[in-house]
Write a protein that binds this ligand. Structure first.
Ligand code: SF4
Length: 300
């Protein structure tokens, strides 16, 4: 039996559901029961009937699954897979921003720690951030930790004032793309359309043909025959599977090292030994759950 076959056998034997983010290595995505963006994974974790969830992604994704399904065992093969963006917003900075802007709700990107979510009013993903902000009755909204996503939402929801917290938070993988990269790509692939993720800088967003989450890319990249994709290059795998006759180009540097830690061997050991179980203290999970469930309700 190959390692992949052993993984599927163990998952069936242990009643485990494997969830993988669109940025995971192709072989991990192919072994998963469910692949998707953060919103899709959060929804499926909440609805899952299985008693064990194995989350192949970064740590905040496993925390989100545990918060939504506290009665389940949630495992992550590489718990050290963090998200540098999530680390840029602390519970203390949320409390300080709320004290400075009394009455303004805090919309927190799911790319944040459970402890930070617990201080916030509602979560969002890159797929639903504008809808979440529109759904709030307040005209002034605190938003973090991704300032590029905040600027994207501000353009889509000009009737509200979005205050980014921190003012310069960003994902190192997405923030490295430049307008120069787009100009070069247009020269190299003159027939291709360019789509970028809203974690890219505002300049890159404005220079692209389309802006959207990975879920948006998967839904909309059937409209042209050639694309340049400005997000983590793991997304090329599901795009190519969905649109086999379309040509996709990724940027060489578009790799999130944290998203690439999990190997087939890690996944095998996780299923075999039941490690590493994710724990979120009730006092944090109960408050963070309110913020996440508010988002899921708004996104229906
Ligand atoms: S791609 Fe960026 S936001 Fe996503 S996990 Fe990696 S560092 Fe975090």
């Amino acid at each position: 039996m190959t390692c992949g076959q052993e993984i599927r056998r163990l998952a069936a034997e242990k009643g485990a559901l494997i969830l993988a983010h669109n940025y995971q290595p192709p072989e991990i995505q192919d072994l998963a029961d469910i692949t998707g963006d953060s919103l899709e994974l959060a929804r499926r974790a909440k609805e899952a009937k299985e008693s064990t969830l194995v989350v192949c992604g970064v740590y905040f994704m496993a925390e989100t699954a545990k918060i939504l399904s506290p009665e389940k065992t949630v495992l992550i093969p590489r718990p050290e897979a963090g998200c540098p963006l999530a680390d840029q917003l602390t519970p203390e900075s949320v409390r300080a921003a709320k004290a400075k802007h009394p009455g303004a709700p805090f919309v927190v990107y799911v790319n944040s720690t459970a402890a930070t979510k617990a201080e916030c009013d509602i979560t969002c993903t890159s797929a639903n951030a504008a809808d979440v902000v529109r759904a709030l009755p307040e005209d002034t909204v605190l938003f973090g930790p991704d300032a590029n996503l905040a600027a994207y939402v501000q353009r889509l929801v000009p009737e509200k004032k979005i205050i980014p917290v921190p003012h310069n938070g960003g994902c190192p993988t997405h923030h490295q793309f430049s307008v120069r990269d787009i100009e070069n790509a247009r020269r190299e692939y003159p027939d291709a359309a360019i789509v970028c993720h809203p974690e890219c800088s505002s300049e890159v967003q404005l220079a692209s043909d389309m802006v959207g989450s990975t879920g948006y890319m998967l839904r909309n990249c059937g409209t042209k025959k050639e694309w340049v994709i400005l997000t983590e290059k793991g997304i090329i795998h599901p795009l190519q599977k969905k649109y086999p006759d379309t040509l996709f180009h990724a940027m060489d540097m578009a790799v999130c090292p944290n998203m690439k830690l999990i190997t087939e061997e890690d996944l095998y050991v996780t299923l075999r030994d039941g490690v590493v179980p994710v724990q979120v203290p009730d006092i944090i999970a109960d408050r963070a759950r309110v913020a996440i469930e508010r988002m899921i309700k708004v996104s229906k």
